[in-house]
Design a protein around this ligand. Structure first.
Ligand SMILES: [Zn+2]
Length: 201
């Protein structure tokens, strides 16, 4: 089996797929943005990757049509989720860059990675040793100034591990810190209020 065999299969399948989509579109997928390759070389594994504006899904040639219809949307969703995560991360890193450049230009420390993390107890955390900043996913829909406040707080931890005087002096440069802190306090109070009551033993 060589490349041109694969290509022939691909062209045939692509035209077949477009016909099929005209009758009944795959859920969540706009016509023309995915290419399904049926590869005779592939025995069982399925691969998906981005190629320009399209997502290519490579499946074993013998996979049934009904398996294809369930597996292709799944793989496309996986690629899109990956892309959303990495763009989120670069957005968060870009925000930290702006905040430090504007508010704390003397700081040269930068995080190696900034990620969303499922965290209920904290709004963010910073490990200065490996330069990782994690932000609670509860902030994904928070107003910009609130997310910026938490990002700035964690970024300062790259230099200062505690909440001492030097840390506070830098944090005080954040213009909307009282409003941001009020949002966070209010959010926590609402979470506490919504917890089921502690029943006596
Ligand atoms: Zn802190």
């Amino acid at each position: 089996m060589n490349k041109s065999d694969d290509l022939a299969v691909h062209i045939r399948v692509e035209s077949a797929l477009i016909e099929e989509q005209n009758q009944d579109e795959l859920p969540g997928i706009t016509e023309g943005e995915i290419i399904v390759i049926r590869s005779a070389r592939r025995k069982r594994n399925i691969a998906a990757y981005r190629q320009g504006g399209r997502i290519v899904v490579s499946i074993p040639a013998r996979l049934s049509k009904s398996d294809e219809r369930s597996v292709v949307p799944e793989m496309v969703a996986k690629i899109r989720a990956q892309e959303a995560r990495s763009s989120d991360q670069s957005v968060l890193a870009g925000r930290i860059e702006d905040l430090l450049a504007n508010l704390a230009p003397e700081m040269t420390e930068r995080p190696i990675s900034v990620n969303w993390r499922k965290m209920q107890e904290r709004w963010g955390s910073c490990t200065s040793v490996d330069g990782t900043v994690r932000i609670s996913d509860r902030l994904q829909r928070a107003p910009k100034h609130v997310l910026d406040f938490v990002l700035f707080h964690e970024a300062i931890h790259l230099r200062y591990g505690d909440h001492g005087r030097q840390f506070q002096a830098l944090l005080a440069r954040f213009p909307e810190r009282e409003r941001a802190q009020a949002y966070l306090d209010g959010y926590e109070a609402a979470e506490d209020a919504l917890l089921p009551p502690n029943l006596p033993n």
